[in-house]
Design a protein around this ligand. Structure first.
Ligand code: TXE
Length: 502
């Protein structure tokens, strides 16, 4: 075993057993062979070795899954289930996931490359928090009675609104935190009485398949959660086109999000898009530098920077620029890079060779544009797809490395003089997903927060998606919101009922 590769002998028996089974589609509550014999390989990014062969589903498989989801949606067993029973099922599902947290964490470590400790405790932790938070909603989704007066002479009315599930949801999920993002779409679907067909990323499908199996073990009726593996332009496209799918919830790149939005227009689907970001971090000169450096480091190097809310553009008030860069450099150098299953690993490999090459290309473009690498900047030789945590100072604000989402362990640092300049630099991007402010001065914080055009502002904190807080972006970071009450709204239709009573 290469020291930079996962040692599969350290996997727990449950994970080994799951990896040995033949991967199929999960449709109507059972494993189903794909309509064709094509498959793709799932690769361990720490070793470039094949972990599993997964069927390459097509429009026929998507149709079978959508039909199963539509049947389950119209089945009184699910449709008329009392909200408290739905809540109970969701808690049972969460308890079962909790019992399998180590297995799921290991699958994420193998598939994505993240440290298995993070997979088990941070990612699966968020999966559980999301499911349990959303389990509180079924009993609280209500309409209103409306006083519409007497709009016609001598005719009286009783009027109310009610909320109904939007129907069959198509969820298209990326590879960076696959299980967590799948649950951001599954949990509101369960809470509102929708059914769902998930198309995981072809790069990281394993843990999502295991999750669907656990849902059935928890008693969630067959057909409520279905998983079809396949490529984006085949299975993904077929899901977006399918006339029985009422809503698409997508997380991924802005380019694909725009294409999906165009396709979904044909059948006028309800669409939620959570796209990329290029999130600014504003470090003011009064901040607690120890805490700020740790938080900034976690916010860009966590999950090897493959996080949509990664704080990738650091703006430092000029007086503390050198000191802050020096501290961040030391912090970056202290992070242990290695395979996900190794207990000391803090930073895993990037998810694929193609993605590693994209990240390296952007670092090189940043240097060509005038940026200076103060630490990192290189890939690490070996079979895995490793890139050193990288700090790049003073690239031009207009350069590709500052404007384009890198999705890797790379942070740029640029000085500013006052908060108006900081806000202008922060907003100088096509994105608007997340943002970060580090300062102890509450007045300056409150002056800055309203100036920032982004769906989230974290003050004196690295990012953590809380299930009660809506998650999504301004501008080209997306449409709509995952999580929170906003997600419940996106998964329900509002019906107005007006009854003449005389
Ligand atoms: O994303 P895609 P990719 C960003 C990040 C990354 C870049 C490219 O910058 O480097 O996107 O990653 C499915 N119809 N983010 O190429 O293409 C695809 O199969 C329907 C940010 O992996 O967006 C996968 O399941 N579906 C992001 C999913 O879309 C299609 C997370 C995401 O793939 C499709 C991931 C189509 N035509 C990448 N084409 C975030 N917001 O967190 C592809 N797919």
């Amino acid at each position: 075993m290469n020291v930079m590769s996962n040692d599969l002998k350290t996997l727990i028996p449950d994970t080994q057993k799951f990896l040995r089974q033949e991967m199929k589609q999960f449709i109507g509550g059972e494993w189903v062979a794909s309509s064709n014999s094509d498959s793709f390989s799932v690769i361990d990014p720490s070793s470039a070795e094949v972990l599993a062969q997964v069927p390459k589903g097509n429009a026929e498989d998507i149709d079978a899954a959508v039909q199963a989801a539509n049947t389950a949606f119209n089945d009184p067993l699910w449709r008329d289930m009392p909200p408290a029973n739905r809540e109970k099922l969701m808690h049972r599902f969460a308890d079962l996931i909790e019992g399998h947290a180590e297995e799921l964490g290991q699958l994420e470590a193998l598939d994505v490359g993240m440290p298995s400790f993070i997979g088990q405790h941070v990612e699966v932790g968020n999966v559980l928090d999301t499911l349990r938070y959303m389990a509180g909603w079924p009993t609280k989704i209500n309409g209103r009675t409306m006083n519409i007066g007497e709009p016609m002479p001598e005719k009286r009315f009783f009027a109310y609104t009610c909320r109904e599930p939007v129907g069959v949801v198509g969820a298209i999920v990326p590879w960076n935190v696959p299980l967590m993002i799948a649950m951001w779409k599954i949990a509101p679907a369960l809470a509102t009485g929708c059914t769902i067909v998930i198309k995981p990323s072809e790069v990281t499908p394993l843990a999502t398949l295991r999750l669907a199996e656990l849902a059935v073990d928890a008693g969630i009726p067959a057909g409520v959660i279905n998983v079809v593996n396949g490529l984006g332009h085949e299975a993904g496209q077929a899901l977006v086109e399918h006339p029985l799918v009422n809503k698409i919830s997508f997380t991924g790149s802005a380019v694909t999000g725009k294409a999906i939005n165009r396709t979904a227009t044909e059948t006028l689907k309800n669409v939620t898009l959570e796209l990329g970001g290029k999130s600014p971090v504003i470090l003011l000169d009064d901040a607690n530098l120890d805490k700020a450096v740790q938080g900034i480091s976690m916010g860009i190097f966590g999950n090897t920077g493959q996080v949509c809310v990664a704080g990738s553009r650091l703006y430092i008030q000029r007086g503390i620029f050198d000191k802050a860069v020096d501290r961040l450099t030391k912090e970056a150098r202290s992070l242990k890079v290695g395979p996900g299953l190794h207990p000391e690993t803090k930073i895993g490999p990037l998810v694929s060779e193609a993605h590693r090459d994209k990240v390296m290309g952007l670092i090189e473009a940043g240097v060509k544009a005038g940026g200076e690498v103060v630490t990192g900047g290189s890939q690490i030789d070996g079979p895995g797809y490793y890139v050193e945590p990288t700090v790049l100072i003073n690239p031009p604000q207009s350069s590709q490395v500052v404007q384009e989402e890198i999705f890797g362990p790379v942070i740029t640092a640029i000085p500013f003089d006052d908060i108006d300049e900081a806000a202008a630099l922060a907003n100088d991007t096509t994105y608007g997903l997340s943002s970060y402010v580090w300062s102890k001065d509450i007045q300056r914080v409150h002056q800055l927060v309203p100036k920032i055009r982004a769906g989230q502002v974290y003050v004196n904190s690295s990012p953590f998606p809380h299930p009660a807080m809506p998650m999504g972006g301004y501008r080209q970071s997306g449409i709509g919101r995952d999580l929170g009450e906003e997600a419940i709204n996106h998964y329900t239709e509002h019906k107005s009922v007006v009854i003449g009573i005389n």
